[in-house]
Write a protein that binds this ligand. Structure first.
Ligand code: PEP
Ligand code: MN
Length: 334
C-alpha cells in the first residue's frame, strides 16, 4: 500500500503518521520527492483501514500496490534512485562506465587494465576474484588474493572496485570492496541476497540466465527488504534460441525495468554476446535505450585471458567505444 501525502505537510505531522503506521507492525519506506512525499507500507497491510488513512487531512491518496515487489517498485519511490560510489553517481541521469577484465589474473594485468580503462573514461573497475565457472576444471579465480590486487589497482588509479561474491562465507573478504556483484548464477541465492541486505554497500544484481524481470525485481526486493536499498540492476543477456551468440541481450528489459522500478539499470553486453567485435554496437544500443551505465570486459591480452577472452575488448578498442557511447548519449538527450 502507498500513502501519498499532500504537498508541504509539516514534518511533525508526517512523523506522527509514520509512528502510528509503524505501531501496526509495518515498515514505512519514505520517499521524499521534489513535490510529493510517498510512504510505502511494507508488511501485512490486510488489517489496515485504507479509508481511515485516506480521510486524514494530510493525506492526498492511498493506493494498493498489487505487485509483489514493494521496496524496488517505482510506485513506492517515484523518483530515480541515485547510488553513490565514491565520487561516482549511478542512476537518475548519471551514467557509469564499469570496465575491466573478466578475472583478476596478476598485479601487472589488473593495474595495467585499470590504468588503461581509466584513461579511456571508465569510472569503476571490475574484475572477478571468485569466478563462477561452468566447469570445475577451469580457472576459479585468485579469490582473496584477487581482491587484494583489485585494491592495489584502486590505489593506483582511484577507481572504485566492483567484484563478484558467490558465497556468504566469503563476506569478510569483501569488507573493503566498493560494489558487490551478484552474478547471474546467484540471482536467486536467497540466503546470499538476504545477507547482502545487511551490507552497507551497493549491490550490482545481474539477471539470471533464465529469469524473468519479475524474478529479478523479487531478488532485488530480498536485498532491500533486509535493509539495503542500494541495488543496481544489470541486464546481461538471457538464454533463448540464439545459436551464434552466447545469449540474447534483452534490451527491452531496460525501459520496462525503468518503468517498474526506481533502481538504476545497467547493461553488460559482453556476457550477453560473447563476441568482442559485437560488443560495441550493442553497448551503443543499450546506451540509446536509456541504460544508466555499461559493464564491459576489457583485457590487455584477450588471446591469453584465463576467462572470457573472446568477448574482451582491448584497451584501445574500449577507448574507441567510450567515445561512441558518449556521442550516443549526446544525441539520445534530444
Ligand atoms: C561476470 O560479470 O564476471 C560474470 C560471471 O557475469 P554473469 O554472472 O553475468 O555471467
Ligand atoms: Mn566474464
Amino acid at each position: 500500500m502507498i500513502v501519498v501525502l499532500k504537498p508541504n505537510v509539516a514534518k511533525e505531522r508526517r512523523d506522527q503518521l509514520i509512528e502510528w503506521l509503524e505501531g501496526m507492525g509495518l515498515n514505512i519506506h519514505v520517499s521524499t520527492g521534489q513535490y510529493q512525499t510517498v510512504l510505502g507500507l511494507v508488511g501485512d497491510t490486510s488489517n489496515v483501514d485504507m479509508n481511515l488513512i485516506d480521510s486524514l487531512e494530510i493525506v492526498d491518496s492511498v493506493k494498493q500496490v498489487s505487485e509483489a515487489f514493494k521496496c524496488c517498485n517505482r510506485k513506492f519511490h517515484p523518483e530515480d534512485t541515485v547510488i553513490k560510489v565514491g565520487n561516482v553517481k549511478i542512476g537518475g541521469g548519471n551514467f557509469c562506465m564499469i570496465a575491466g577484465p573478466c578475472s583478476v589474473e596478476s598485479e601487472e594485468q589488473i593495474v595495467g587494465v585499470a590504468k588503461a580503462v581509466k584513461e579511456a573514461g571508465a569510472n569503476l573497475l571490475r574484475g572477478g576474484a571468485f569466478k563462477p565457472r561452468t566447469s570445475p576444471y577451469d580457472f576459479q579465480g585468485l579469490k582473496g588474493e584477487g581482491i587484494e590486487l583489485l585494491k592495489t589497482a584502486r590505489e593506483e588509479t582511484g577507481l572504485p572496485i566492483v567484484t563478484e561474491i558467490m558465497s556468504v562465507s566469503d563476506l569478510d573478504l569483501f569488507e573493503d570492496v566498493d560494489v558487490l556483484q551478484v552474478g547471474a548464477r546467484n540471482m536467486q541465492n536467497f540466503d546470499l541476497l538476504k545477507e547482502l541486505g545487511h551490507v552497507g554497500k551497493p549491490i550490482l544484481l545481474k539477471r539470471g540466465l533464465a529469469n524473468t524481470l519479475k524474478e529479478l525485481l523479487m531478488s532485488a526486493e530480498y536485498i532491500m527488504a533486509s535493509g539495503n536499498e542500494e541495488v543496481i540492476l544489470c541486464e546481461r543477456g538471457i538464454r533463448t534460441y540464439s545459436d551464434y551468440l552466447r545469449n540474447t541481450l534483452d534490451l527491452s528489459a531496460v525501459p520496462m525495468l525503468h518503468e517498474l522500478s526506481h533502481l538504476p539499470v545497467i547493461v553488460d553486453p559482453s556476457h550477453a554476446i560473447g563476441i568482442a567485435r559485437m560488443v560495441p554496437p550493442m553497448a551503443m544500443a543499450a546506451t540509446a535505450c536509456g541504460a544508466d551505465g555499461l559493464m564491459i570486459e576489457v583485457h590487455n591480452d584477450p588471446q591469453h585471458a584465463l576467462c572470457d577472452g573472446a568477448q574482451s575488448l582491448r584497451p584501445e578498442e574500449y577507448a574507441e567505444l567510450v567515445k561512441k557511447v558518449m556521442a550516443v548519449r549526446e544525441v539520445s538527450k534530444c
